[in-house]
Design a protein around this ligand. Structure first.
Ligand SMILES: Nc1ncnc2c1ncn2[C@@H]1O[C@H](COP(=O)(O)OP(=O)(O)OP(=O)(O)O)[C@@H](O)[C@H]1O
Length: 712
C-alpha cells in the first residue's frame, strides 16, 4: 500500500518536473544553446592553444644524419609554436593598413558570406526538395522547371563567392611569401660592415642550417600557403559549426544538439589521441628533401671532375642513400595517413552521420513541447532540411578536426622558417654555433677562442697580435703581426692549409677577429681574385664590371671603349666580337677556359682600380709573360698587391714577404727577390747535382773495378 503511494508521489513529482520543464523550455533552450556555443569556442581554443605536455618532437634528420638533426627546433602545436608564429605574423602583416591585412579582412567577409549562403541553401533544400517532388507527383512541368530555376539561382552568388575565396587565399599566400622572402633576402644579402655577409657565414661559420637555398625557396612558399589556408581551415569550420548547429537546435531542440555534441566530442578526443605527429613529419620531409636537392646540385656543379674521375657509381650511391631517406620517411607518413584516414573517415563521416540521422528523427518520433506536429509534407521538408544542416555541421566539425592536422603541418613549416630567421639574426649578431675541433678544449686555445679583437679602419693594413682561427676552432697561428703600406706589395707563402687564404677572410670581414688589432681599409677598397674566379649570370659586360650594373657604370661616366681597352691589357679584347658583343649573355662559367676566366677577373680589377688587390693563386693558369704584364699594369694603376702564390716568377714584383712555416710560426720580412732567386737557383743546382750522386757513385765503382782488373 505504502509502495503504491510512494509511486504515486514519484509520478506526481515527475509530472510536475515535466510541466516545469515544458513551461521553461524556451529559457532552457537558450541556456543549452549558449552553453553549446561557449563549449565549441572553448574546445577550439584548447585545441589550438599551447599544450605544454603535448606531443612534441624535433624536426630535422634522423639519428646520426648530420648536425641539423641535433639543432633542429622542437615541432609541436605548443607555446613555442605560437611565439614563433606571432613573430612571423608581425613580418607578414606589418600593419592593419597593409595589403595583407586588407586581404585578410576580405577573406573573412567572404567566409561569413559563404556560410550565410550555405545556411540559406540548407533551408531552401528542404522546401525546394518537397516542391520539386510535389510537382513531379502532380505532373506539373512548369512548376517543376520554375522550382529548379529558383534552386539554380543560388548557384550565382555561391560560385562567385567560392571562386573569390580561392583567389583571395592564393593572393594572401603570395603576399605572405613576398613579405617573408623580402625580409629574409634583405638580411641574407645585407652588406653591412661586420654584421653582414650572412649568406657566407650561415654556410661556413655555422652548423645549424644545411640548405638555406631550400629554406628560402621551398619552405617559405609552403609556409605561406599553409598560413593562408589555415585561417580558412579553422575560422570557417568553427563559424559553420556554431551557425549550423544553432539552426539545427531551432529545428530539433537544443537537447538533441547537446547529446550529439557529447557523443561527437568523445569520439573526437579519441581521434586526436590517435593522430600521428604530422608537424614533425612535415619538418623532417622538408629537411630530407633539402638534402637530396643539395646532393643533386653538387653533382651538376662538379659534373666535369666527376666525369673525369668516373665517379658515377659513388655519386649514384650517395644519391640513392639520400633518396632512400626521403622515400622511407614518405612511406612512414603515408602509412600514418592511411590508417589515420580510415579511423578519421569512420568516425567523422559514418559514426557522426548516424548520430545525426537519429537527431534529425527526434521531431518526427517525439512531440517536442512548443513545436507543432507537422503533416507528411512538413515532416519530409523538416527532415531534409535538418539532414542537410547536420551533414554541413558534421562536415564543418570534421574540418575543425582536420585543421589540427593542418595546424601541425603549419607548426612544421613555422619551425623551419623560424630556424632560418633565428639563425640569420644570430649570425648577424656574431653568435655562431659550430662544432669545434678537440684541440679547442685546451686551456690556451679556449682562452684565444673566448677573446675578441679590434678592427680599426685605416689606410694601411696592419695586423697586431691577431690569431688566425678556423671556424672549427683550429688555431693556425696564435699571434700574427705584419703590415702593408700602400705601394708595398706583399707576398704570402707557406705549405698547404697553413692559413694563407684565411688571412684574406679576416681582412674581408668574413671570419671573426679573436684577438689583437686589425687595421684595414673598408672592404670596398679590396678586390679578391681567387684561382677560380666567380663569373656572375649576365652579359659579357657584367663579367668585367661586376658587382656594378650597366647603369652604375654609365652613372660613373665609364664607357664600353674603356672596358675594351681594359680587356686588351689581358689580350681578351677579341672575345667581345667572338661572343657577339658586350650584351651577349650566357653561362660564362662554361663558355670560358680557366686561364680566360682569370684574365677576365684581372680586367675586372683594372676596371675597379681598388686600393688593394688580394691575389690568391690568381695567375696560376696564365703564361708567365701575361702574368708579368698584368702585375706591371696593376702596379701602374697604383694598386697594392697581397699575393699568395707558389710561383717564384712572381717574387720580383713584391717588396715584403710573409712566410708561414705550417707549424703555427711565421717570418715577416723584406723580400730581396734578386737574392732570393739567386739562392733558389743555387739550391736547385745543388739539388740537381745531388740527384746525380748515385749515378756518379755507380760509375766510380765501375771504373774502380776496371782499374783493379788492369792492375792484376
Ligand atoms: N669554412 C671553413 N670551415 C672550417 N675550416 C675551414 C674553412 N675554410 C678553411 N678552413 C680550414 O682552414 C685551414 C686553412 O685554410 P686556408 O684556405 O687558409 O689554407 P691555405 O694556406 O690558403 O692553403 P692552400 O695553399 O692549400 O690554399 C684549412 O685547414 C682549412 O681546412
Amino acid at each position: 500500500m505504502s509502495s503504491s503511494k510512494a509511486q504515486l508521489v514519484a509520478k506526481e513529482q515527475l509530472a510536475r518536473l515535466a510541466k516545469a520543464y515544458s513551461n521553461n523550455r524556451p529559457a532552457i533552450q537558450h541556456v543549452l544553446t549558449g552553453g553549446f556555443v561557449a563549449y565549441v569556442l572553448l574546445t577550439t581554443y584548447q585545441g589550438l592553444a599551447a599544450r605544454p605536455g603535448g606531443k612534441s618532437s624535433r624536426g630535422g634528420k634522423g639519428k646520426g644524419k648530420g648536425k641539423e638533426s641535433d639543432t633542429a627546433p622542437r615541432v609541436a602545436v605548443d607555446a613555442v609554436f605560437y611565439q614563433r608564429l606571432s613573430r612571423i605574423l608581425r613580418i607578414v602583416i606589418p600593419s592593419l593598413k597593409s595589403r595583407e591585412a586588407i586581404l585578410l579582412i576580405m577573406h573573412s567577409s567572404l567566409l561569413v558570406f559563404r556560410t550565410a549562403i550555405s545556411l540559406y541553401v540548407a533551408s531552401l533544400d528542404g522546401k525546394q526538395f518537397y516542391r520539386i517532388v510535389a510537382s513531379i507527383v502532380r505532373a506539373q512541368p512548369l512548376a517543376f522547371f520554375l522550382n529548379i530555376l529558383r534552386w539554380l539561382l543560388v548557384a550565382v552568388p555561391a560560385t562567385w563567392c567560392n571562386s573569390w575565396l580561392s583567389f583571395v587565399e592564393s593572393r594572401l599566400s603570395s603576399a605572405y611569401r613576398t613579405r617573408l622572402t623580402d625580409e629574409v633576402v634583405r638580411s641574407y644579402l645585407d652588406d653591412g660592415e661586420g654584421g653582414g655577409k650572412v649568406y657566407y657565414k650561415i654556410s661556413n661559420l655555422d652548423d645549424r642550417i644545411k640548405n638555406p637555398d631550400q629554406m628560402i625557396t621551398n619552405d617559405i612558399q609552403r609556409f605561406s600557403a599553409h598560413l593562408a589556408a589555415i585561417y580558412a581551415n579553422i575560422a570557417k569550420p568553427v563559424l559553420d559549426v556554431i551557425l549550423y548547429n544553432y539552426q539545427l537546435s531551432q529545428n530539433v531542440g537544443a537537447e538533441g544538439l547537446v547529446l550529439l555534441t557529447v557523443l561527437v566530442q568523445t569520439s573526437a578526443a579519441l581521434l586526436r589521441k590517435l593522430t600521428p605527429p604530422f608537424g614533425q613529419y612535415t619538418a623532417l620531409s622538408a629537411s630530407l628533401a633539402g638534402s637530396l636537392r643539395h646532393t643533386h646540385s653538387r653533382l651538376s656543379e662538379h659534373a666535369e671532375e666527376i666525369a673525369f674521375f668516373r665517379g658515377e657509381e659513388t655519386e649514384k650511391m650517395l644519391l640513392e642513400r639520400e633518396y632512400a631517406g626521403v622515400v622511407m620517411h614518405e612511406r612512414r607518413v603515408l602509412r600514418g595517413r592511411w590508417w589515420h584516414g580510415i579511423v578519421e573517415e569512420g568516425i567523422v563521416k559514418w559514426l557522426w552521420g548516424s548520430f545525426g540521422l537519429c537527431i534529425c528523427a527526434i521531431p518526427v518520433f517525439f512531440k517536442l513541447p512548443g513545436v507543432s506536429v507537422a503533416d507528411l509534407g512538413g515532416r519530409t521538408e523538416g527532415f531534409v532540411t535538418n539532414r542537410r544542416l547536420l551533414l554541413s555541421a558534421s562536415d564543418a566539425l570534421g574540418r575543425v578536426m582536420y585543421s589540427y592536422k593542418d595546424l601541425s603541418e603549419l607548426a612544421g613549416y613555422t619551425a623551419r622558417v623560424s630556424l632560418l630567421l633565428d639563425t640569420m639574426a644570430d649570425v648577424r649578431r656574431g653568435k655562431l654555433e659550430k662544432a669545434l675541433v678537440s684541440s679547442a678544449d685546451t686551456e690556451e686555445n679556449a682562452r684565444i677562442l673566448r677573446g675578441k679583437g679590434q678592427v680599426i679602419e685605416s689606410d694601411e693594413i696592419r695586423f697586431e697580435g691577431v690569431p688566425i682561427v678556423t671556424p672549427n676552432g683550429d688555431i693556425l697561428v696564435k699571434s700574427l703581426s705584419f703590415h702593408v703600406k700602400p705601394g708595398e706589395h706583399l707576398l704570402i707563402v707557406g705549405p698547404n692549409g697553413c692559413g694563407k687564404s684565411s688571412l684574406f677572410r679576416i681582412l674581408g670581414g668574413l671570419w671573426p677577429v679573436y684577438g689583437g688589432t686589425v687595421h684595414k681599409p673598408p672592404a670596398s677598397q679590396f678586390i679578391l681574385i681567387p684561382q677560380r674566379p666567380y663569373l656572375p649570370l649576365g652579359t659579357l659586360r657584367d663579367q668585367v664590371i661586376y658587382p656594378h650594373s650597366k647603369l652604375d657604370m654609365e652613372a660613373l661616366g665609364r664607357t664600353d671603349e674603356e672596358l675594351l681597352s681594359v680587356l686588351s691589357v689581358v689580350q681578351m679584347d677579341h672575345v667581345v666580337e667572338r661572343e657577339g658583343g658586350w650584351d651577349a649573355a650566357k653561362e660564362w662559367r662554361d663558355a670560358l677556359s680557366g686561364g680566360d676566366k682569370q684574365k677576365i677577373a684581372w680586367a675586372r680589377l683594372f676596371y675597379h682600380r681598388p686600393k688593394y688587390a688580394v691575389l690568391d693563386e690568381a695567375t696560376s693558369l696564365v703564361p708567365t709573360e701575361m702574368e708579368g704584364r698584368m702585375m706591371d699594369y696593376a702596379t701602374e694603376l697604383g694598386i697594392t698587391l697581397l699575393t699568395v702564390s707558389h710561383r717564384p716568377s712572381l717574387w720580383r714584383y713584391h717588396s715584403m714577404i710573409l712566410q708561414y712555416d705550417g707549424q703555427g710560426g711565421y717570418v715577416f720580412t723584406e723580400l730581396d727577390a734578386e737574392k732570393r732567386l739567386a739562392l733558389q737557383e743555387e739550391k736547385q743546382a745543388l739539388e740537381t747535382k745531388l740527384l746525380e750522386v748515385p749515378a756518379m757513385r755507380a760509375k766510380l765503382a765501375e771504373l774502380k773495378a776496371v782499374v783493379d782488373a788492369q792492375a792484376l
